[in-house]
Ligand binder design. Structure first.
Ligand code: AMP
Ligand code: MN
Ligand code: MN
Ligand code: MN
Length: 287
């Protein structure tokens, strides 16, 4: 479908590590003038039903999505799946497995934090209250206990690579994540390509493998991407015949650099992924 106004195809709710409920996320997007919204929580589609209903009520287009966490050559790579069927059995089995890995990782991190003299069990209990727990939940728990001043400080002091609470992630391979999205009828989109610490040649290899596995899109406009990075992403989109996607990667209000919605203007000769979304994918046709 064509969308000429504000579009946001990458957002999080409190079904993963966003802070707004799916309904509150839709209300915030509507207030910003977003016309087409995808919910893409980490490794879960649980919020899609509520967000879809709220979008219909608000007269907004909705795209059912998820952001699958994967590994490529030992690096964490995120694949956004758009217009997928949340009821697909292989996708749900996949998400359940990854959430199991997430929960085990939270416990392992908490054990390390305990060894570092922190109240690991309490921190883990707070994070594990959430369906798809992430390190962001642990960061918030650290803040709530007064052990860090904000999430960034919690990551810098305790959670990131080289810090006492770091546990290397173990996610399914990228190719498997792409296959699960395809099996669920969705469009796999390589999320925030500028964030992967690989050489230009390495990124081309990653994109080539993603495309060969069934990848259909790449983010060319996402929060945190500078103009040079957006150009590089657009070049990859043209070279590997991937559609361009746009989104905020919104997690919480108040982060001025991460507002909901982006204008749908894409670089020249990049096919907007919105043209690959059938109206039925957007939820507009639902009653
Ligand atoms: P996980 O998937 O459990 O590794 O958790 C990662 C989540 O934590 C991401 O989706 C981000 O929302 C957040 N995050 C990751 N790194 C940082 C960081 N350095 N500072 C703040 N938040 C972060
Ligand atoms: Mn996140
Ligand atoms: Mn991501
Ligand atoms: Mn995201």
């Amino acid at each position: 479908m064509n969308a000429d106004g504000l579009v946001d195809l990458h957002t999080h709710s409190d079904c993963s590590d966003g802070v707004l409920s799916p309904q509150a996320l839709v209300a915030a997007a509507a207030a910003r003038g977003v016309q087409l919204l995808a919910l893409t929580d980490h490794d879960t589609t649980r919020g899609c039903e509520g967000a879809g209903r709220a979008c219909v009520a608000a007269g907004m287009g909705f795209v059912q999505g998820a952001e699958l966490t994967s590994l490529w050559c030992g690096r964490e790579v995120h694949i956004v799946g758009l217009a997928l069927d949340p009821g697909n059995a292989s996708l749900q089995t996949h998400c359940a497995e990854v959430i199991g890995l997430r929960r085990a990782r939270i416990v392992a991190i908490a054990q390390r934090l305990t060894r570092a003299g922190l109240p690991g069990e309490r921190l883990a209990a707070q994070a594990l209250e959430f369906h798809a727990p992430t390190r962001a939940h642990l960061a918030r728990a650290l803040c709530a206990l007064g052990l860090a001043k904000d999430n960034q400080a919690a990551f810098d002091r305790y959670l990131k690579h080289g810090r006492p609470g770091h546990v290397p992630p173990q996610w399914p391979p990228l190719v498997v994540a792409v296959q699960r999205i395809v099996a669920a009828g969705g469009l796999p989109v390589l999320a925030h390509p500028h964030r992967y610490r690989v050489s230009a040649g390495g990124l081309r290899e990653l994109v080539a493998e993603f495309k060969a596995a069934g990848g259909r899109g790449i983010e060319v406009s996402v929060t945190g991407m500078g103009p040079g990075e957006a150009d590089r992403s657009a070049t990859l989109a043209r070279r590997y015949e991937l559609a361009g996607s746009i989104g905020s990667d919104f997690h919480e209000p108040g982060l001025a650099w991460r507002p909901l919605g982006r204008f749908a203007k894409l670089p020249d000769r990049v096919t907007p992924i919105t043209t690959l979304l059938a109206p039925m994918d957007t939820g507009r046709s639902q009653g």
